[in-house]
Design a binder for this molecule. Structure first.
Ligand SMILES: NC(=O)c1ccc[n+]([C@@H]2O[C@H](COP(=O)([O-])OP(=O)(O)OC[C@H]3O[C@@H](n4cnc5c(N)ncnc54)[C@H](OP(=O)(O)O)[C@@H]3O)[C@@H](O)[C@H]2O)c1
Length: 262
């Protein structure tokens, strides 16, 4: 890969020899990120919860890029399962350079229809998971440091119908990203978030207002198309590369301009 983009960090878009963990990479945005990092030369750990066949399909796509993959089933909302996942990574690779905390879920209801059980469940999966994930990743990141990226959404800042719990969990996630970023920068570990606009994945099937969301998002997006998984994956590759060396604790919005209009 050409070095001419970045003299201080030669080969900085080349991730050969690096190991990346992408949570929730059996499908959707996580899958696109996993494949993008593999195309840049990283070995990729694929995490999933229920869909083993899809995880195996992602693994095949990654190995077709000439790098190694490892599939680990773990519920990111369960601390013990996250700890066990890092033990497996330690056994297989002995290191980790990139963590992408992408897996998410949550209860889609208006605030008045939520209860604390739904709230805690959504918070645990979407925000709480970053704590044990980051703690596990830091232990495997050596003196070279590394990169941690969390995938967020515009609901962290905007009120979206039926998105109260998920939006609040993403706001907590983005705040945690900033706190982790300040703590970990002295170890040369950069922590950032990517906030994506509406992306047509399986996740949208759970939205009661799916077709309105899609058509309204398309109509209002200055770039004239919806955000695609690959758009998010390109940003993830940039953020974990040396080109983004001074980007720390930021939330990069990838939405074709949707959030700056209206
Ligand atoms: N789609 C959008 O419009 C959009 C917009 C902005 C931000 N995002 C964010 O982008 C990320 C990915 O979303 P997506 O649309 O690609 O979702 P998706 O298509 O529903 O895929 C979710 C992925 O996460 C995994 N997963 C779910 N719960 C998990 C858990 N508890 N532990 C481990 N893995 C789990 C799933 O595994 P299985 O296959 O095993 O179920 C799957 O791989 C999320 O953080 C989401 O909030 C999405």
């Amino acid at each position: 890969m050409s070095n001419r983009f970045c003299e201080r960090h030669p080969g900085c878009l080349d991730l050969t020899g690096k190991v990346a963990l992408v949570t929730g990479s059996s499908r959707g945005i996580g899958r696109a990120i996993a494949i993008k990092l593999a195309q840049a030369g990283a070995d990729v750990v694929i995490n999933y919860l229920r869909n083993k066949t899809k995880a195996e399909e992602t693994a095949a796509a990654i190995e077709a890029e000439g790098v190694k993959s490892l599939i680990i089933r773990a519920n990111v909302a369960e601390e013990k399962e996250v700890i066990a996942m890092f033990e497996t990574i330690q056994e297989h690779y002995g290191r980790l350079d990139i963590l992408v905390s992408n897996a998410a879920s949550g209860i889609l209801k208006s605030a008045l229809d939520l209860n604390l059980r739904y709230w805690r469940w959504t918070m645990d999966i979407n925000a709480g998971c970053l704590l044990p994930l980051a703690q596990g990743a830091v232990k495997l990141m050596g003196n070279e440091g590394g990169s941690i990226i969390a995938v967020s959404s515009l609901g962290a800042l905007r009120a979206i119908p039926n998105y109260a719990a998920v939006g609040a969990s993403k706001a907590a996630l983005e705040s945690l990203v900033r706190h982790l970023a300040a703590e970990l920068a002295p170890r040369n570990i950069r922590v950032n978030a990517i906030s994506a606009g509406i992306v047509e994945t399986d996740a949208l099937k759970h939205f009661p207002t799916r077709s309105e969301l899609l058509s309204e998002s398309l109509r209002r997006t200055p770039m004239g198309r919806l955000t695609e998984p690959e758009d998010v994956a390109n940003t993830a590759l940039f953020l974990c590369s040396g080109l983004a060396h001074m980007i720390v604790g930021q939330t990069v919005v990838v939405d074709g301009g949707y959030s700056i209009v209206g």
